[in-house]
Write a protein that binds this ligand. Structure first.
Ligand code: IPM
Ligand code: MG
Length: 353
């Protein structure tokens, strides 16, 4: 039976960039069917819920999810359960998408676009593996209350169970086996109980992966090392909140946040695939957004959820080719390049396929 992809464009530039990824998947001629549904602010507008029941049902009936971006100023004043981001967080939790792969690769043509010196980032190939369904993002209790002294206070709970840490550590060691066999686990074990426990469990899981080199780093140092000497890292594995922050930092090493794809997988390799950038309200509707992160996310989708390794490789080769041909969107523009908009970049990738 043909495979099915649920396409959730979301808000802002989401519809513009997912449209290009859909064209690329179609052009591969794999007989994949795709159906769209609203999520985030678009879900709220359509059905009063950032994750409408019909959207969730479409995802349930599909083999993978291609996700655009959610959020926008229009929705900032909504109560938290109705905020666009909740659509994303609920999808992650519902499908138990605990393993978030955020590769940061520096393409030779874009090394100059990084805010760091080209020699610091040239050749960088780093994988940030972020745990995505635990930590302070989901820990209970949380809220705002009046404490015993009669003062209002806000609180969240950082927590990780042993099984949650074990499975992400295992994913990290397995990913490292296909790369340079080095894992750096990032924590704050000098201060936080939860992350001392994280470190202890990672060390225990490592006993089954003695061919992999394991190191540990405090998150503040890791933030510093990422801009000092990012090439020291192969795989970084970390919790939900530290991973959120470090992956934004790592994206800037590559020149543009518009280049970075991601995959969020569960134990059955069902996954949601999305660019790591947001909905970019400032450039929405201008036709200038960079669709490459979404197109590269489609490649990850084909590889990890549909088992189409060859097709994934074709997309990645096409992206390398358009960069070599000088095509650039506004975020990665340079003198003498062929500056194009969103659709023309999609055209260039299709031509290069
Ligand atoms: C990300 C985003 C999300 C997160 C937001 C939109 C909820 O920043 O995917 O990194 O914090 O996980
Ligand atoms: Mg983030």
């Amino acid at each position: 039976m043909g495979k099915k992809i649920a396409v959730l464009p979301g808000d802002g530039i989401g519809p513009e960039i997912t449209a290009q990824a859909v064209r690329v998947i179609d052009a591969l001629g794999l007989g994949i069917s795709m159906a769209e549904a609203p999520v985030g602010g678009a879900g709220y507008d359509a059905a009063g819920d950032p994750l409408p029941a019909a959207t969730l049902a479409l995802c349930e009936a599909s083999d993978a999810i291609l996700f655009g971006a959610v959020g926008g100023p229009k929705y900032d004043a909504l109560p938290r359960p109705m905020r666009p981001e909740q659509g994303l967080l609920r999808l992650r939790k519902h499908f138990d998408l605990y393993a978030n792969l955020r590769p940061a690769i520096v393409y030779p043509e874009l090394a100059h676009a990084s805010s760091l010196k080209a020699e610091v980032v040239a050749g960088l190939d780093l994988l940030i593996l972020r745990e995505l369904t635990g930590d302070i993002y989901f820990g209970q209790p949380r809220g705002v209350r009046t404490n015993e002294a009669g003062e209002r206070e806000g609180f969240d709970t950082m927590r990780y169970t042993e099984s949650e840490i074990r499975r992400i550590a295992k994913t990290a060691f397995e990913a490292a086996r296909k790369r340079s066999r080095r894992v750096c686990s990032v924590d704050k074990a000098n201060v936080l109980e939860t992350t001392q426990f994280w470190r202890d469990v990672v060390i225990d899981v490592h006993k089954d992966f003695t061919d992999i080199e394991l190191s540990h780093m405090y998150v503040d140092n890791a933030a510093m090392q990422l801009v000092r000497n990012p090439k020291q890292f192969d795989v970084i594995v970390t919790g939900n909140m530290f991973g959120d922050i470090l992956s934004d930092e790592a994206s800037m090493l590559t020149g543009s946040i518009g280049m970075l794809p991601s995959a969020s997988l569960n134990a059955k390799s069902f996954g949601m695939y999305e660019p790591i950038h947001g909905s970019a309200p400032d450039i929405t509707g201008k036709g200038i957004a960079n669709p490459l992160a979404t197109i590269l996310s489609a490649a990850m989708l084909l590889r990890y959820s549909l088992g189409e390794e060859a097709a994934a490789g074709r997309i990645e080769a096409a992206v390398r080719k358009v960069l070599a041909q000088g095509y650039r969107t506004a975020d990665i523009t340079e003198p003498g390049c062929r500056q194009v908009g969103t659709v023309a970049m999609g055209d260039a990738v299709l031509a290069a396929l």
